[in-house]
Write a protein that binds this ligand. Sequence first.
Ligand SMILES: C[S@@+](CC[C@H](N)C(=O)[O-])C[C@H]1O[C@@H](n2cnc3c(N)ncnc32)[C@H](O)[C@@H]1O
Length: 225
Amino acid sequence: MLREAAVGAGDLVVEVGCGTGRLTLPMAGLTPARVMGVDTEARMLDVARAKDVAGRVQWVRGSAYRLPVADGTAGLVVMVMVIHLLRQRTRAFGEARRVLRPGERAGQLCIWTFTPRHVEEFYLNAFFPSIAIIDRPRFPAVDVLSDELRRAGLARIRVEVREEVRRMEIAEVVDRVRGRYISTLAMLPPLEYRLGLQRLEEMLAQDRTIALSQRSEWAIISARK
Ligand SMILES: C[S@@+](CC[C@H](N)C(=O)[O-])C[C@H]1O[C@@H](n2cnc3c(N)ncnc32)[C@H](O)[C@@H]1O
C-alpha cells in the first residue's frame, strides 16, 4: 500500500478504524510519512497508544464519516477490516476522497475486506449457521464496492484478490470463539452461539490434536482521487 501510494517524508497516511494499532504501528515503522490512526472507540485507541512507546503515530478519536483531517492533505487512506462495520459505505468513501490529496500526485484509498466467497466458505459456518446470513450484506462483491467508490467520486479502481490458508489448533479456535474475536459472533442468537461453542469445546476435550483449516479470501481494492 505504501509503495503503491508512493508516500514519503512530508506525506500523511491515515488509517481509518485503526483499532489497537495492529497494522498502524508496523506501517509507521515502514515509512517516514506522518501516520495517523483514527477510531471511534476510545478504549481501542488507549491500547494502541500504550503500544506506541516511540510516540510515532498520532492517535485520534474520530469517525470514518467525519475524519479529523483537512481537505486534500492525505497521500494514503487505509481501511482494513472496517467497511463491514459501516452502514453508509459510499458516504465514508466520499469522506476519504475529501481528505485525499488532489492533482498529479493524487492520494490513494486502500481497502482490505473479505470476499463473498470467504463468507460462504468460512471455517466456522458449520458450527454457527447464521454467520453467513449476517455477513452476506456486510461483505459485498467487489463490483458493488467498485460502484460505490465510483459514486463517491474516486477513480482508477484496482482490485486484487488474495488467498490465505491457515491451520489452527482446536484450542486456539475455542479461545478465539470464547473471546468473540469477530464482531459476527456477538451478533448471533445467544443459543446458537452457546451450542456452537459447546461443540467446539467437546472436540477440544476429545482430542487436543484436532486442527481446523481456515481459508481466507481477501479483496484489496485501491482507488485514487
Ligand atoms: C475489526 S477492527 C479492525 C482494526 C484494524 N484496522 C485491524 O485490522 O486490526 C474495526 C475497527 O473499526 C472501528 N470502527 C467501527 N466503525 C467505525 C467508524 N464509523 N469510524 C471509525 N472507526 C470505526 C472499530 O472501533 C474497530 O476498532
